[in-house]
Design a protein around this ligand. Structure first.
Ligand SMILES: Nc1ncnc2c1ncn2[C@@H]1O[C@H](COP(=O)(O)OP(=O)(O)O)[C@@H](O)[C@H]1O
Ligand SMILES: [Mg+2]
Length: 243
């Protein structure tokens, strides 16, 4: 891996056995991500985006190819929040810290910081079922950030939320990324979202899942989602997806 790179995928393929038939889900995927980069993956449903993210997180061992990740400080945020329903908000946030054997006093301090930072003051003792979707995802993000990750993987984190909540959380994610110098790899099904957030958009095609193209966004920040260049790039990427 060259200097400055934090994730490197080389010729990744993934097959799954479905009803004793081999299905090629990912085929020959290669890309690198630089430290500090914000990269979005877009592509049709079922093209293997979630599978690819799980491979980067080392939750799945790919059928072929090599994954190199330059840190083990990696955290994941899920579309359906994946909170533990039997734990309170603060216990959910503390989960990864406790798993990694953090001291109780230290864990408490970090959890308190995350509760304040993510706007969760007042709901610490509640359980996930008592929260709105937006608040649940705040907990999901707080839990991920509590371990002080270098890489944040997000799998369609805002697609279960209403558009106003999603918009607010997108803006917050951008400030977190900047403040913490994170490397972000996010799956999205909205091209607008990808172009609003990412430095680079990786476009996948399906059957089997492959990288079709990678596009540098190249728009200065803060970005106007109403500019002509913005529309133009969204249009171009959408055409690539559907071609
Ligand atoms: N653990 C698994 N076992 C068998 N098939 C799977 C498994 N995970 C995903 N798949 C299949 O792989 C394909 C890609 O799934 P996924 O990565 O979830 O796509 P996406 O996130 O792009 O919608 C789908 O056809 C899905 O059914
Ligand atoms: Mg998915």
């Amino acid at each position: 891996m060259t200097d400055g790179q934090i994730i490197q995928l080389k010729n990744i393929s993934q097959n799954f056995e479905i009803d004793s038939k081999k299905q090629i889900v990912l085929k020959d995927i290669s890309f690198e991500i630089k430290k500090g980069e914000f990269v979005c993956i877009v592509g049709p449903s079922g093209c293997g985006k979630s599978t690819l993210l799980r491979i980067v997180a080392k939750l799945i061992n790919p059928t072929a190819g090599a994954v190199r990740v330059n840190t083990d400080k990696l955290a994941m945020v899920f579309q359906n929040f994946a909170l533990f329903p039997w734990l309170t908000v603060e216990e959910n946030i503390a989960f990864g810290l406790n798993m990694s054997g953090a001291k109780e006093s230290e864990a408490k301090k970090i959890v308190r910081e995350q509760i304040t930072a993510m706007g969760l003051s007042g709901v610490e003792k509640k359980h996930p079922k008592e929260l709105s979707g937006g608040m649940k995802q705040r907990v999901g993000i707080a839990r991920a950030l509590a371990i002080n990750p270098e890489i944040l993987l997000l799998d369609e984190p805002f697609s279960a939320l209403d558009i106003f909540t999603a918009k607010k959380l997108r803006a917050e994610l951008l400030s977190i990324w900047k403040e913490r110098n994170l490397t972000v790899l996010m799956v999205s099904h909205l091209v607008e979202e990808a172009v609003e957030l990412a430095d680079r958009v990786i476009i996948m095609s399906a059957n089997p899942g492959k990288v079709k193209e990678a596009k540098n966004v190249g728009l200065s920040r803060p970005r106007s989602v109403r500019s002509e260049q913005f529309y133009h790039l969204v249009d171009e990427i959408e055409k690539l997806i559907h071609s």
